[in-house]
Design a protein. Structure first.
Length: 64
């Protein structure tokens, strides 16, 4: 997350995002209402939950 010129935090997506940890193409991304986490879904049949502040993988959901 980054702050804009008014000091408001924004979620900024980047190709260097840690969600690149998938072995297949990412098909969807959704952010939690509080902006603290996001989930990425991939054709590798995994969904991964990430911490937006640290970039750390929080949980893997298998077999979607």
């Amino acid at each position: 997350m980054e702050e804009d010129e008014k000091g408001v935090e924004e979620i900024v997506w980047s190709p260097e995002c840690p969600a690149s940890g998938h072995t297949g193409r990412i098909c969807s991304v959704a952010f939690s209402p509080d902006g603290n986490h996001f989930v990425s879904g991939s054709i590798d049949k995994l969904a991964k939950i990430w911490d937006t502040k640290t970039g750390a993988e929080v949980r893997i959901i298998v077999g979607l």
